[in-house]
Design a protein around this ligand. Structure first.
Ligand code: DC
Length: 230
């Protein structure tokens, strides 16, 4: 880890477990930086698509990882905005199709390796909230608190359905459930950095739990390890 003095909180888990919302709110409450690592994979997928780079062209994908500059901004409600070379790409990276492509690039070991440095650059004072699949196992193995958020596949599909409705996009609940199960399977069974809880992670099932309750639970864990001035 680049600076052991700077605390890292990792939030890993499958799609729709609530990581993004919880991570954004925690980064606001703690006033720590946020790394939404899924957004990094999604941005890579978007650039590859725009440049017509095939998923099998690992060399070109790695070249993209070296040239892209991704910035994450969090608003007062904990909602994050993703900037690529300064331009807002939040809407385009959040589509289901982009999530699918991101899952494919994320299964390539050389791409994951190439993205390590880019992700670790987010580790800066006063602290970092890192959300993803392998934050506690691979990217920040020395994190002070590791949380593994989970929820039933049905609840995760329903949350995604509601999110799409809020954006005015119609979704099919059964198809969303099938997509979630297929993506989980690919993320769990890939050879490198499969989606598994770190051995020292605290597992939190968010099914039926209000977001604020999950945030408070995680904050109480952080406070056991970090002394705050106030
Ligand atoms: O969390 P998300 O849905 O934005 O992630 C998009 C894809 O990227 C998802 O299929 C899993 C993959 N991913 C990953 O493999 N490792 C991470 N640290 C973050 C995301």
């Amino acid at each position: 880890m680049s600076n052991p003095e700077v605390p890292v909180l990792t939030l890993d888990g499958p799609s729709g477990a609530g990581k993004g919302t919880v991570a954004g709110l925690l980064s606001k409450r703690l006033n720590w930086h946020l790394l939404d690592s899924g957004a990094i994979y999604r941005v890579l997928a978007v650039i590859a698509e725009r440049a017509a780079v095939a998923m099998g062209d690992v060399e070109s994908l790695i070249d993209i990882t070296h040239s892209m500059t991704v910035t994450l901004q969090v608003d007062e409600h904990g909602k994050s905005q993703v900037l690529l070379d300064g331009a807002d790409v939040t809407a385009s990276i959040r589509s289901e199709a982009c999530g699918e492509r991101a899952s494919e690039v994320a299964a390539l070991p050389a791409v994951r390796q190439a993205l390590l440095q880019c992700q670790r650059e987010f580790h800066r004072p006063p602290g970092l909230v890192a959300d993803g699949r392998d934050m506690g196992t691979v990217v920040f193995p020395d994190a002070i608190v590791k949380i593994y958020l989970t929820a039933s596949a049905e609840e995760r599909a329903y949350r995604r359905y509601k999110q799409l409705m809020e954006q005015g996009i119609s979704g099919n609940l059964i198809a969303l459930l099938e997509d979630i199960n297929a993506r989980d399977e690919r993320d769990r069974t890939r050879a490198v950095s499969p989606l598994i809880p770190a051995s020292d992670a605290i597992i939190v099932d968010t099914t039926g739990k209000p977001v604020e309750a999950v945030v408070d639970l995680v904050l109480s864990q952080v406070r056991r390890h970090v002394i705050f001035a106030d």
